[in-house]
Design a protein. Structure first.
Length: 317
C-alpha cells in the first residue's frame, strides 16, 4: 500500500471526479440510451452545457433537452429505461440540482436542490432510490495542480419524495465513479484515499456500515507507484467489473486502456490497446458493449470481440 498521495498530485493527469484536468474536451462521458442504439452526453460551450443524443451507427445528433441556459451534466437512465436523471446548474462550474425527466428529456423536475455540490446520479435497480455523490470542498493540496473537488461522500434520494440520506461519512479525497450491481445489492466506488491511493471499494448497499472490500488491481507495466485505476463499473454477472487504468512502458508515455477484472479470482483481461488518455467509460445495460471517449472521439467497444468502432458524430440537426 502507498503511504502518500504526493506522487499522484505530481502527475499532469490529476483528475476531477470523472474528468481530467487538461485542455478539456467539450464532450463529456457518454451513456447508452435504453435501446442501446444511441448515446447521450453533455456538450459544453462557454458557461453552458446541454444534453445531446447521437445514433451510434449514423452519428445523427440532436438536442435531448430544451433548456435555453444553464449546464446539464452526468446523464444516466434508470434500469427500466423509464427515467432520465442528470445534474443541472445555473452555469458551468456551479453547484447542481439532481433533476429527473422522461427518457426523451421532457418534463424535467428537480429532485434534490443545488444547495450543495452534487454530482453523478446512479439509479439503484429494484428500488425507489437514486444515489449521488456530494463534494465537501473545492481546493488543492499542491501548487502544481489546479483546485478540484475533494471530500466526497455518498448520498441517496427517494425518487418520490426527494428525501436525502447520507450513506457514508468518509470524505474521500477523490471519487471518480460509483456503480451499482444489476441486482441492486452492491456498490463499487472508485476512490483515492490516504494512505492507500487509488482503489475500488465494494460495499453492500443495505449494510453500508459493514466492512468493505478493497481492490487494487495492478495492470501490466503499471507506473510506479501503482496503481492508477479509474471508473470501475459492474457488469451484469455481478462478479466482473470493467475499468480503465494507466500503464507506462519503459520507453513510453502513459497509456490508459480498458480492462475487465474478475473480482473473485483477481484475473485481469486487457480489452483495448490505446495510447494517451481516456475521458470516460460507460457500459450498456446488457453488458455487451461500452462507450468511451478517446482524443475527442466516442468509440463503441464490443466487450466480447474487443472491437472498437468510432461514432461518426454529425453536426446537431
Amino acid at each position: 500500500m502507498r503511504k502518500s498521495l504526493i506522487p499522484l498530485l505530481l502527475l499532469l493527469v490529476a483528475t476531477n471526479c470523472g474528468f481530467f484536468q487538461r485542455a478539456q474536451s467539450p464532450l463529456s462521458r457518454a451513456v447508452f440510451a435504453p435501446d442501446g442504439a444511441a448515446i447521450v452526453f453533455s456538450v459544453a460551450k462557454g458557461k453552458t452545457c446541454f444534453l445531446y443524443k447521437a445514433n451510434v451507427a449514423s452519428g445523427a445528433t440532436r438536442r435531448l433537452t430544451q433548456a435555453a441556459s444553464g449546464c446539464e451534466s452526468d446523464p444516466v437512465f434508470s434500469p427500466d429505461g423509464r427515467q432520465l436523471a442528470f445534474m443541472r446548474a445555473p452555469e458551468r462550474g456551479m453547484r447542481a440540482a439532481l433533476t429527473l425527466a422522461k427518457p426523451d428529456g421532457t418534463s424535467p423536475r428537480t429532485l434534490v436542490s443545488g444547495d450543495e455540490d452534487n454530482l453523478q446520479p446512479v439509479f439503484v435497480p429494484n428500488s425507489n432510490q437514486v444515489l449521488f455523490l456530494r463534494s465537501g470542498a473545492f481546493e488543492r493540496y499542491s501548487p502544481l495542480v489546479e483546485s478540484q473537488r475533494h471530500k466526497f461522500d455518498l448520498f441517496s434520494a427517494d425518487l418520490s419524495s426527494g428525501s436525502v440520506t447520507r450513506l457514508t461519512q468518509q470524505m474521500f479525497y477523490q471519487c471518480n465513479r460509483i456503480s451499482v450491481s444489476a441486482d441492486g445489492k452492491q456498490i463499487i466506488m472508485s476512490v483515492s484515499t490516504y494512505a492507500e491511493g487509488d482503489h475500488f471499494l465494494i460495499l453492500p448497499i443495505d449494510e453500508l456500515g459493514a466492512p468493505t472490500r478493497s481492490l487494487e488491481p495492478s495492470v501490466p507495466n503499471a507506473p510506479d507507484p501503482p496503481p492508477l485505476d479509474f471508473n470501475a463499473l459492474w457488469l451484469p454477472d455481478g462478479r466482473s467489473v470493467v475499468f480503465f487504468a494507466a500503464s507506462q512502458p519503459p520507453a513510453g508515455n502513459f497509456a490508459y486502456n480498458v480492462y475487465r477484472l474478475d473480482t473473485a479470482s483477481g484475473a485481469i483481461e486487457q480489452l483495448t490497446h490505446l495510447t494517451g488518455l481516456l475521458d470516460g467509460l460507460s457500459v450498456s445495460t446488457d453488458g455487451k458493449k461500452a462507450v468511451l471517449l478517446h482524443h475527442g472521439v466516442y468509440y463503441i467497444l464490443d466487450l466480447g470481440t474487443h472491437r472498437l468502432t468510432p461514432v461518426p458524430l454529425q453536426k446537431p440537426a
